[in-house]
Design a protein around this ligand. Structure first.
Ligand code: P5A
Ligand code: ZN
Length: 480
């Protein structure tokens, strides 16, 4: 495949993303409130397939789905000092019921730690009640002051998947963090999104967390996007809300907690990483339609062509594939090709008069736009194989793309030059002192993403800022 095909996609990523969302029928962002978008019918199906993968992963690892209220009384939100300190300014506040001012105002949830905590206090009695692993898929609201972007930075995040867990010991909470990382890895692998995992620096962790691990990916324009986070909350919320349990010895202890979340950004990641100048390219497992069959009409042969197409659809449906037959008569085949390419349908099958004669069909894969002809009696197996091959190729290409945009360098100047070129992520050695972290951010004009937790290596060398002995590698990038 030529790299030219992805030229506009990478150079004009912002515009590409905005227009592709509407043109492909995924999200319409023209709602009269900034930061709110409409999931359109096709987009909703993509969203459903993506989140179904996550739901299955959570359900199969002992998480229970729940639904907590949207409104948080200010008195609850205010209980954990660091949490309220950060979120107070980011909340939408409900101050009136009808025309009557509320005595205690309500926040629309910006996240749900302080919604769940008072209920956990009621539910948890003894060690036998633990662990509790809950999740919900809901809308959350943040009054974002940075530029809003469809799916990426919303004020109503209509697809927030948040998990909250409670444990008897710090070791159990730590093990839960590991499980959450494993679940998110599997999830992103299944949708072919490459990532790196970093422990955020203390000055950039989730408000109320002991520490935060983040999944970041690199967008087509070289900026990184935080696509999911896992937090160890320690006892910060259980102390604030006094959530205790009786141990086996009969003493009272406060619980240990974790939480982790993924939003519609994960879908932005899928669309962004695989897209090209023709539009969206969907991994076959999340595509609402996996194969579209298009008849190429020809004088007096229409009947036979349509019959062949219908036969193909029946065979592929029987094989368990999601298939669409495009028999619209008011559109020529050419525009139909563009229509389905824009929407990212993985495989297109064309049937013309010659194909009918030769008992063949033309098969086109969306990721490379390569064509091949295939005997009708072998079509079922061929399409299955192609779907597997595409899934692997898309994943591999995306990871390769990330790999060449991750740069290990020895000096601040090299790092600065790379960031300036929007070359992706830079990795340098660091002494682990906050002061040097901030200096690094200033010198490189980028944000510190944190210390890698996905690569293990013994660090040897000096901090790029102060030349003291380095303790870690640290990643930096221009982040969305
Ligand atoms: C974890 C779940 C939390 O809120 N509480 C419950 C924790 N973490 S977080 O990092 O603040 O958010 C989790 C992920 O949600 C995405 N995200 C957003 N997506 C779209 N628009 C927004 N305004 C927005 N804010 C956060 C990020 O991917 C983040 O990692
Ligand atoms: Zn240093």
């Amino acid at each position: 495949m030529s790299t030219l095909k992805r030229d506009k996609w990478s150079r004009q990523y912002g515009d590409w993303f905005r227009s592709v969302l509407i043109d492909a029928g995924i999200m319409d962002y023209r709602y009269p409130i900034k930061g709110c978008g409409v999931w359109m019918p096709y987009g909703f199906k993509v969203r459903k397939n993506v989140f179904e993968i996550l739901r299955d992963l959570l359900d199969s690892t002992g998480h229970d789905e729940t639904l907590f209220p949207l409104l948080i009384p200010e008195t609850s939100l205010a209980k954990e000092a660091a949490h309220v300190g950060s979120f107070e300014e980011e909340c939408f506040w409900v101050t009136r019921g009808g025309l009557t001012p509320l005595k205690v105002k309500y926040a629309l949830r910006p996240t749900s730690e302080t919604v769940i905590a008072p209920m956990l206090k009621l539910w948890i009695r003894s060690h036998a009640d633990l662990p509790i692993k809950l999740y919900q898929i809901v809308s959350m609201f943040r009054y974002e002051t940075k530029a809003t972007r469809p799916l990426i930075r919303m004020r109503e995040v209509a697809s927030f998947k948040e998990a909250h867990t409670s444990h008897a010991t710090p070791e159990d909470a730590e093990a839960q963090v590991k499980e959450a990382v494993k679940i998110y890895k599997k999830f992103f692998n299944e949708v072919g999104v490459p990532y790196c995992i970093s422990r955020r620096p203390d000055w950039d962790k989730f408000a109320g967390a002991v520490y935060t691990l983040s999944f970041d990916m690199i967008c087509p324009d070289g900026r990184t996007l935080q696509i999911g986070t896992v937090h160890n909350l320690g006892q910060n919320f259980s102390k604030a809300f006094d959530i205790t349990y009786e141990t086996e010895k009969g003493t009272q202890e406060q619980i240990w907690q974790t939480c982790y979340g993924i939003s519609g950004r994960a879908i932005a990641a899928v669309l962004s990483i695989h897209g090209d100048d023709h539009g969206v390219v969907l991994p076959p497992n999340v595509a609402p339609i996996q194969v579209v069959v298009i008849p190429i009409p020809y004088k007096k042969k229409e009947k036979q062509i349509n019959k062949t197409c219908e036969g193909i659809v029946a065979t592929l449906k029987k094989a368990g594939l999601r298939v669409e037959l495009d028999q619209r008569t008011d559109m020529r085949p050419g525009p139909k090709f563009y229509y389905w390419e824009l929407r990212g349908i993985p495989i297109r099958i064309e049937v013309g008069p010659k194909d009918v004669e030769n008992k063949e069909a033309t098969v086109v894969r969306r990721d490379t736009l390569e064509k091949q002809t295939c005997k009708l009696n072998e079509l079922g197996a061929a399409v299955q194989n192609l779907i597997e091959k595409m899934t692997q190729d898309m994943q591999q290409k995306a990871w390769q793309w990330m790999k060449v945009r991750t740069h290990r360098v020895d000096s601040l100047e090299e790092a600065r030059q790379l960031v300036k070129k929007r070359a992706g992520i830079v990795e340098v050695l660091w002494c682990n002192r906050t002061e040097c972290g901030h200096k690094l951010e200033e010198a490189v004009e980028a944000r510190v993403l944190g210390v890698p937790v996905d690569i293990e290596e013994k660090v040897k060398g000096k901090c790029v800022v102060c030349e003291r002995k380095a303790e870690h590698v640290v990643r930096a990038a221009i982040a969305y």
